[in-house]
Ligand binder design. Structure first.
Ligand SMILES: *[C@@H]1O[C@H](CO)[C@@H](O)[C@H](O)[C@H]1NC(C)=O
Ligand SMILES: *[C@@H]1O[C@H](CO)[C@@H](O)[C@H](O)[C@H]1NC(C)=O
Length: 130
């Protein structure tokens, strides 16, 4: 019985690694509305499901308008269970997050609230281009 359990665990870990391989991981923080003006679209309103990205993704502004599906995968601080399990949100890149931005993704509060408790402030996420 114990050996079977171990095999299951190893299989589980392997499956996790395989499915995670397609997604990038980052930290995410959030900011409060209003979400304009933005670095990409100035005063043009692109809705509430938007994000700022830091240098790794910004690519000199080429990131503007790209859409990412983002999912919370864990805590970065003391908040024990910040993630809304199974939830994901699609956000549009509208802004640049400066180097002091600790998260690669600076989500709008509306987008962050879909995938995690805003009380946590900062969570680990997984994302794919949508
Ligand atoms: C997130 O974006 C907002 C709006 O551009 C900005 O004020 C805030 O400083 C950013 N957060 C971080 C951690 O850089
Ligand atoms: C970024 O992280 C550093 C070190 O982890 C911390 O001292 C700083 O307060 C953080 N800045 C923001 C905007 O969260």
């Amino acid at each position: 019985m114990r050996i079977q359990m171990q095999i299951f665990m190893i299989l589980g870990i392997a499956l996790c690694l395989i499915s995670a391989a397609h997604a990038d991981q980052a930290n995410a923080v959030y900011y409060n509305p209003p979400y304009t003006p933005s670095a990409c679209y100035q005063n043009q309103d692109r809705g509430n499901m938007v994000t700022g990205v830091s240098d790794a993704l910004w690519n000199g502004g080429a990131a503007c308008g790209k859409q990412y599906r983002v999912r919370c995968i864990g805590a970065t601080n003391t908040a024990p269970h910040p993630c809304h399990d199974g939830a994901s949100v699609v956000v549009t890149v509208v802004d640049y997050c400066r180097p002091q931005c600790n998260g690669t993704l600076n989500l709008s509060k509306d987008a962050f609230a879909v995938i995690a408790d805003t009380d946590a402030g900062n969570v680990k996420v997984e994302f794919n281009q949508a």
